[in-house]
Design a protein around this ligand. Structure first.
Ligand code: CA
Length: 243
């Protein structure tokens, strides 16, 4: 019996980092049924060693871990090593907006609160893998990103919005580039500041809001009713996720 081209592809590899054995086993079972080759680790420090040594296609990471917590681990693997861009789903027993923001700021692609349903977990995994594949396909060596409405070329600093060129300042361009490269991901104002205004000391979170306003006047059909750069109330901003 063959599975056609499915069996010809090497299995995608996931690392599950979770200290609670029943949850780890549940994740292992369903991710292997979904076709992943599964490795699992219950300790944060051991997970960091593994993630510095081996590249994975997906990491499912518990927030509360012995050895090293999930936020610190996430920041460490995003800073350097083979998993700087690996899709990462953070799982946590806590379900507050601040935990979610902290998780996403530390570099997670999405966030899942326990207790979770298997279908929801698999849906989130599928969504972050699709986003990552789109971003991987979109960010080519000439450093272009695109969505259905926006094409950005980082080398030429060209922005094309709905087929027409748009003049953007450096900050407007960098902000939009970051948002478009991670559609659907909410960036807090602090996260945007730290990534876009890397050289500027005298900026505040209000600076982000004013650049977002100017950007919207340039790229939205109606800046008061944005369709591309969306507000996540009380948190920050995200680029529309067109599935
Ligand atoms: Ca835990």
């Amino acid at each position: 019996m063959t599975n056609g081209d499915v069996s010809a592809k090497p299995a995608r590899r996931v690392l599950i980092v979770e200290d609670e054995a029943p949850i780890r086993e549940l994740l292992r079972l369903h991710l292997s049924l979904a076709g992943f080759g599964v490795d699992e680790i219950g300790d944060g420090a051991a997970a960091l060693d593994r993630l510095r040594a081996e590249r994975y296609d997906l990491v499912v990471l518990d927030l509360m871990l012995p050895g090293l917590d999930g936020i610190t681990l996430c920041r460490a693997i995003r800073a350097q090593g083979p998993n700087v861009a690996t899709p990462l789903l953070m799982v946590t027993a806590r379900d507050t907006e601040s935990d979610k923001v902290l998780g996403l700021e530390s570099g997670a692609d999405d966030y899942l609160a326990k207790p979770f349903g298997i279908r929801e977990m698999l849906a989130r995994v599928g969504a972050i893998l699709r986003r990552s594949e789109r971003a991987g396909a979109a960010v080519d060596p000439s450093r272009r990103v695109h969505s259905p409405h926006v094409v950005l070329d980082a080398d030429r600093r060209n922005a094309i919005v709905r087929g027409a060129p748009v003049e953007l300042t450096k900050q407007e361009f960098d902000l939009l580039y970051l948002l478009v490269s991670r559609p659907g991901i909410v960036f807090s104002r602090a996260a945007l500041l730290s990534r876009v205004w890397t050289d500027d000391v005298y900026v505040t979170e209000r600076t982000v809001d004013s650049v977002i306003s100017r950007l919207r006047r340039k790229i939205e059909r109606d800046a008061q009713d944005p369709e591309l750069v969306l507000t996540a109330w009380g948190v920050g901003y995200k680029f529309v996720d067109v599935a």
